[in-house]
Design a protein around this ligand. Structure first.
Ligand code: SF4
Length: 333
């Protein structure tokens, strides 16, 4: 199994306020995961959970406070910008903001071909672009000379996927790629991800708050809550038999009977709550139905439960809980 992307203890802190009244919060908190060849790995969670910040760190748009990212075994250095390389490409939420309204969309394709020296002639470039467009159900003729406003949101998102494919990337990072697309077109785009995985061996980091499409397209999934991965495993393990109380809450907020057919709603929970980010102990303690005393003072560690990793004291050994609680009492001021 080839590991294309390895994220280890990745952390990003931001500070807010002025020198007198300054708050530091950890938007991404020691998260670790990896993505294998020809795999769809999903980061899921409500708005403000840190999943988009994680994508920005991996793409090099932002610098991590600590932790390590490896692409194909090679450590990503501070100055490296993976989004400028052939092997990692990105697809963003709003296809209309991806393209300049005053610029013809075919020019983006030709620019990418030129930047990466992927063709010897204009004819060869056009053939390459046409091949990628056909993978998403379009042709070069259909886009040539046209501006972004001449396409629907769904078509434009397909065009941005084709553009990402021009360099034959090994990994595509797709940040909420279907959230601004009509419900009727959503499945066609996630089906396209499956097709890219199965036919071209492309790996996809799919970032979403929509568990319906996540369940449909993913091999493995990590649930994020307030900067932490609270549960990670195969999509069947995590969404059909969730262990963490937050994963259960997410799962229960969508219809359950015959989920492959009926999961059409998206999850909408509370907006980012700074209070939860700053909470000592488990960040979910304020709304967890199973909260215990220890949860309010000690942050839970990763525990393997069946085939999943879960961050929750419910699954810790009784002795481990007592040791952690007494250690926390000793170290508190
Ligand atoms: Fe709930 Fe405690 Fe588990 Fe956090 S650690 S999810 S508060 S039981």
């Amino acid at each position: 199994m080839v590991r294309l992307l390895e994220v280890s203890k990745l952390t990003k802190r931001y500070s807010q306020g002025n020198i007198i009244d300054r708050t530091v919060f950890t938007a991404v908190d020691h998260i670790s995961f990896d993505i294998n060849e020809a795999e769809v790995f999903t980061l899921a969670g409500e708005s403000g959970c840190g999943k988009t910040t994680t994508a920005k760190l991996i793409l090099g748009f932002e610098e991590a406070t600590s932790g390590e990212i490896r692409h194909n075994g090679k450590v990503q250095t501070r100055n490296e910008k993976p989004w400028l390389t052939e092997s990692v490409q990105a697809i963003f939420q709003d296809p209309f903001s991806t393209f300049n309204p005053m610029r013809r969309v075919d020019s983006y394709f030709h620019e990418t071909v030129q930047n990466f020296r992927l063709a010897q002639s204009k004819q060869e470039a056009t053939a390459r672009i046409d091949k990628k467009l056909r993978l998403v159900g379009l042709t070069y003729q259909e886009i040539a000379g046209r501006y972004p406003s001449e396409f629907s949101g769904g078509q434009l998102q397909r065009i941005s996927i084709a553009r990402a494919l021009v360099t034959d990337p090994k990994v595509i990072i797709a940040d909420e790629p279907v959230s601004m697309v009509d419900a009727s077109l959503r499945m066609s785009i996630v089906n396209l991800f499956k097709q890219l995985r199965d036919e071209l061996g492309v790996s996809i980091l799919y970032i979403t708050h929509d568990l319906a499409t996540a369940y449909y397209v993913s091999d493995r999934i990590a649930i994020m809550f307030r900067g932490k991965i609270v549960e990670m495993g195969s999509v069947d393990q995590v969404l059909m038999k969730p262990k963490h109380p937050y994963s259960k809450l997410l799962r229960d907020s969508i219809p359950q009977a015959d989920p492959r057919q009926r999961w059409t709603t998206t999850v909408t929970l509370a907006e980012l709550e700074q209070e939860e980010y700053l909470r000592q102990g488990c960040r979910f303690a304020g709304r967890c139905p199973d909260v215990m005393d220890i949860c309010k003072s000690v942050a839970p560690a990763d525990i393997r439960v069946d085939e999943a990793l879960v961050q929750c004291h419910l699954y810790a050994d009784q002795n481990d809980r007592q040791t952690a609680a007494s250690y926390s009492m000793k170290t508190q001021p």
